[in-house]
Design a binder for this molecule. Structure first.
Ligand code: ATP
Length: 202
């Protein structure tokens, strides 16, 4: 999967619709302090399914929506879209019929956010797994944020392992295993309840 284009509307300081073409290779973003460089990276994380408020500079979910300025009123909706090239057909089965994937996440004040892929509603989980899988492989896209290197050095062993697993692209597999285990436990509960019913019938 290749990232092709990022679109933002009403996201943080990007109040007007903005588009950013992402070519293959290294992408650099330059500009004066406060011009929105970090907000761009946050938009990327956000559309990829970031849910931890701590990882998003800001805190509350609605903080990603343009909060207004001296000249312009606040917005009630923010939307970020990322266009993906899937011509190498590496997307998960659910999405793999499409050569291009347009992933969008939209948030409305007080109403939470919704995800779509090529116009169809999808779960946050589907989008998170799409990107977790896309991060697998040696030449995959990686985002290394400021402070991450320091964090690796000073992290406790368990936390360091999580960071390295993320880098190795196996976090997607872990969360799939976790989901499968939860389903298995649910099925076991159902079975034992069924046993109880059978005993009372006998
Ligand atoms: P630096 O190099 O200082 O880190 P930067 O280019 O990375 O700067 P950002 O941190 O991305 O800049 O942008 C910060 C700007 O975005 C600030 O001016 C801040 O007021 C604005 N901003 C952040 N969130 C919102 C919001 N929800 N609504 C309006 N403006 C916002």
């Amino acid at each position: 999967i290749q990232f092709k284009k990022l679109r933002l509307t009403g996201f943080k300081s990007f109040v007007d619709h903005s588009e950013l073409l992402i070519n293959t290779g290294l992408t650099g973003v330059v500009g004066p302090n406060g011009c929105g460089k970090s907000n761009l990276v946050e938009a990327l994380r956000w559309v990829m399914g970031e849910t931890s408020a701590k990882q998003m500079r800001g805190g509350e979910m609605d903080d990603v929506i343009f909060a207004g300025s001296d000249k312009r009123p606040a917005r009630n909706v923010a939307e970020v879209g990322i266009l993906l090239d899937n011509s190498d057909r590496t997307a998960p089965a659910l999405f793999n019929d499409n050569v291009e994937l347009q992933v969008t996440r939209r948030i409305e004040r007080q109403k939470g956010s919704l995800y779509k892929v090529n116009g169809q509603d999808v779960r946050a989980r589907d989008v998170q797994l799409l990107f977790a899988d896309a991060a697998t492989g040696a030449r995959s896209t990686a985002m290394v944020s400021q402070g991450k290197i320091g964090a690796i050095i000073s992290a406790k062993p368990q936390a360091r392992r999580t960071i390295l697993e993320e880098a190795a692209g196996i976090t997607g597999l872990h969360s799939r295993r976790h989901e499968a285990e939860l389903r298995l436990r649910g099925a076991e509960n159902n079975l034992s309840r069924l046993d109880d019913v059978l005993i009372t019938l006998e």
